[in-house]
Each structure stands twice: as C-alpha cells, then as structure tokens.
Design a protein around this ligand. Structure first.
Ligand code: SF4
Length: 467
C-alpha cells in the first residue's frame, strides 16, 4: 500500500522527516525515500529497503540533509520522491496507491510528447505519471484534481514546492491522510501522514483527517484548504483489520479498538470450550484480546515472534529463504501449547500457506489438543485493485477451494459469497480440512462493519464482495 509523511516549518525538519517516514515502514517493503526543500534548494535521496531497514539505509543521508520542508515515502511500486522541473517550477512528488489504467495513460502521455525514465525491469515510475498529469493543469491544485479524475485506481499524493507541501487524499478517501501540528505553539510546524500514530513521539498532535479528494497546502503559516472534500467516501476496511498499525487511527477510528471489537463479535457467535485464546503475532493479537475479553477465556501466548535481527521490511530474495525466515521468526512455547484446546485469532486468511505450514504445524507438533481458527474478516474473494497487491485471484485460499469443489474457478463466485449458503459452508469445510484444524469460522461481513463503526456505504468492501 505504501505510506507518506510530510513536514513544514520548525527549522531544519530532517530529523522529524527521517523518523516520521520510518514510522511507515510496516506499509511497504521495497523503496524508501525523502526529499527536502530549503535554502540550498531541493535535495532527494532514495534507497531500496528490501534487504535492509529504512533507518539503516538512510541514517547517513539524513545527517547530511538540510531543509525546512520535507516529504518522505515507503512504497512497494516506485522509487521516490522524484524532483521535476516543470512549468510550475521545481517540485518533488511522492504518491501511494495503484494506477490500474497505467498502460493507457503512458500511451496517451507519450503521444502528447512526454518522456519517462526507464526503470529497472521495465515500466514507468508512478510518480512520473502523476507528475505528467499534474503538469497538464493550470496550477498544481487543478493539476492534482484533474489527475485524480483520470487515474483509475487510487492515488494519495504529496507535492513539495517552495511555497509548501500540497497534500491530496485520493478521490474516494480509500486511504487516509492525517494532519497534525506541533504541540509547541511557538514552533509553527505542521505535518501530514498516512499514519496518524507517527505524530505523538515526534511532538505533534493530530488535528484532523483530510476528507476524500480534499487538497490542502501546508506551509509555515498553517494549513490552507485548496479543494474541499468530495461527497463520496469508500475507505479501505482492511486498514483496521490488517494493514494499519495498532496505535493508529483512521478517520477518527482506532485500529486496536476495532480489532478488539472484531474479536468480541467473533466470540459472541461462538460457543467453543477452550483452554485459551491466542492471536497470530502480530496482527491477530488485538482480535484475540477482544475475543478473550468478551468470552472470559484467558489470553495466552503459544507463539511468540523472534524479531531481533529480522526487520519488518526485510524481504528475502527467494521463496525458499522467505519460507525459512517465516518459520524461524515464529517460536512455539511448548509448555503453553501441550495438551491444550486453543482458539487462534488471525486477521484474515489470504493464501493460507503460512498459517498452515508454520503456525498450525508448530501448534500440532507441540502437542495441541484442539485448534480452532477464527479469522477476523470474511473470506477474501478478490485481490485489492486500489493498492499494490501481490496476490492474484487464483492464489486466494477461497478460490483454491472453489476450484477444487467446482473443477473450475468461477468468474462470479456469487453463491459462495453468502455466509448462510450451502456452497459457502462447503468452501469453509474444504479450507478447514486443507488447514488441518479442528474448526474454522470466519467473521461475518455485517459484524466486521459493526466493528469498524462506519456506515457500510462509506467503506471499501471490494475484497469480500467484488464491488
Ligand atoms: S479492495 Fe480491499 S484492500 Fe483494497 S482498498 Fe478495498 S478493502 Fe482495502
């Protein structure tokens, strides 16, 4: 999905930019970057972070940087921020999201005479497409607004200019952008970020969230609205279930509290007799705590993560090594597992392979008596089309089940979507057997919506409904 951070004012902003960007490391594994503007003009630095954490890659750079305005990003698809010389003057851009009509746009822009840097492995950097479309406008604000109308998918963008940072949330508010200001009122410093949780330790307080499609300009004078929010919102539900950081808040709704509510609603529909509840570390933990609080069944830790030496952003180069790292990272606590019946909450089941091969296998190998799996969202039926996603339809556990049951995948898995249908029950039973667990029960979509607490028509539910 990627994450953005921007800061204006308060003197040299580089240290805050460095840590603020780093606080988005859980949102991407491939590229990190920062750009600043100050007395010496623009400066940017970009590194791959697939083999080393953001902090270790940038620690030397940031000590040399100097600027009063800065933007940074963590992303999976494009190295950025890039600096452009345009009819609006110099500016730097970071953008997160997905452009699904990228090929059509590239062809159209090339036809108009645009040219793009060739990136390793072919393709065009998303920031270059975004900048080319912004440059079509009469000014940066109009350029951003029209760019968002042309792009299919979803793009949040920060544009660093000498007058400040233009921050624009995607048209339907699919992904968040939070605004904050320094807790020291004399400092006149303002921040914008995907993760509002990045503010507190940096000395900033959350002011508000940008509305869908809203554009603001952050400068040392404050935050000025340049384009009001649109009427329609479709914020990503998966932010609360899995992607977001537990301490974060999106559109005013806490991630951790939502996960607790999910667990509570899972417990409400359950009557399993178990010795304890546990979460698959880390993103299943909040759901499991909620389950334990609602059911009165104690929370215990049969599995713990060994994180020293394994950065969150470390992406091993081959599947073999990825599997090895996955199994090494998770340690079983034999004395907690042995002879016990356990309810294991996870955020979701995507492919199901890691859950099956590492988590469940370790529990059986250590003498578990019963394993009851409770994912905190309904079965995932469609890969995301609004943020970079490595999944394909055929990789999803549910689609594998449908393929096995039907002998072919269904373009419209309609009957399988209804949690009260026989087809749905057959699909869940197939996954249960494949995972090799005692029972499997998914969250119902109406419960997930209740847990998030926003009206259903303000949520993106594409992963589950395909619309
Ligand atoms: S498709 Fe799924 S992951 Fe993508 S924005 Fe919608 S809810 Fe979020």
């Amino acid at each position: 999905m990627g994450g953005l951070f921007g800061i204006v004012g308060g003197g040299n902003c580089v240290q805050t930019l460095f840590y603020g960007t780093d606080y988005h490391s859980h949102l991407g594994t491939e590229h990190g970057g920062m750009a600043v503007y100050g007395e010496k003009g623009f400066y940017n630095t970009i590194h791959g972070i697939s083999q080393a954490q953001f902090k270790s890659r940038f620690v030397e750079d940031y000590k040399k940087m100097d600027g009063c305005y800065g933007i940074g990003s963590i992303s999976d698809d494009s190295p950025q921020p890039l600096i452009f010389r345009s009819k609006f003057g110099l500016y730097a851009v970071v953008a997160t999201g997905l452009i699904t009509n990228k090929n059509e746009l590239i062809a159209e822009l090339l036809n108009e005479g645009a040219s793009f840097t060739e990136v390793a492995g072919g393709g065009v950097n998303n920031s270059e497409i975004v900048a080319s479309l912004i440059n079509r406008g009469d000014n940066i604000v109009e350029g951003i607004a029209s760019m968002r109308g042309i792009i299919e998918g979803s793009i949040c963008v920060l544009v660093l200019t000498p007058e400040g940072i233009y921050a624009a949330r995607d048209k339907f508010g699919r992904f968040p952008l939070a605004l904050g200001q320094s807790r020291d009122p004399r400092k006149k410093s303002f921040v914008v970020a995907t993760e509002a949780s990045s503010f507190e330790n940096l000395g900033y307080q959350l002011d508000r969230f940008l509305g869908p499609g809203e554009i603001v300009l952050l400068s040392s004078d404050g935050i000025r609205q340049m384009k009001p929010e649109g009427a329609e919102k479709k914020i990503c539900s998966f932010l609360w279930i899995y992607t977001g950081y537990p301490s974060s808040v999106y559109d005013g709704i806490s991630v951790e509290r939502t996960r607790e509510r999910c667990g509570g609603l899972l417990a409400k529909r359950d009557n399993i007799q178990a010795d304890f509840v546990a979460g698959v570390p880390d993103s299943g933990v909040g759901h499991a705590i909620g389950y334990a609080m609602a059911s009165g069944i104690p929370y215990r830790r049969p599995l713990v993560k060994y994180t020293p030496g394994y950065g969150r952003s470390y992406t091993p180069p081959t599947q073999d090594i990825r599997d090895l790292v996955a199994t090494m990272k998770l340690s079983a606590v034999h004395d907690v597992i042995y002879g016990n019946r356990m309810i294991i909450c996870d955020d979701s089941i995507v492919r199901g392979t890691q859950l099956k091969n590492y988590t469940i296998k370790k529990l059986w190998d250590n003498g578990a008596k019963e394993i009851h799996i409770r994912p905190a969202c309904p079965p995932l039926m469609f890969p995301c089309i609004y943020a970079s996603s490595t999944r394909s339809v055929s990789e999803l556990a549910c689609r594998k089940a449908i393929l096995a049951l039907e002998g072919k995948d269904l373009i419209d898995p309609g009957p399988y979507l209804d949690p009260d249908s026989k087809d749905h029950a057959r699909m869940i039973e197939w996954i249960r057997k494949d995972l090799n667990v005692t029972s499997l029960k998914f969250m119902r979509i109406e419960d997930m919506i209740d847990a998030i607490t926003l009206p259903a028509d303000q949520l993106c539910l594409y992963c589950w409904q395909g619309r």
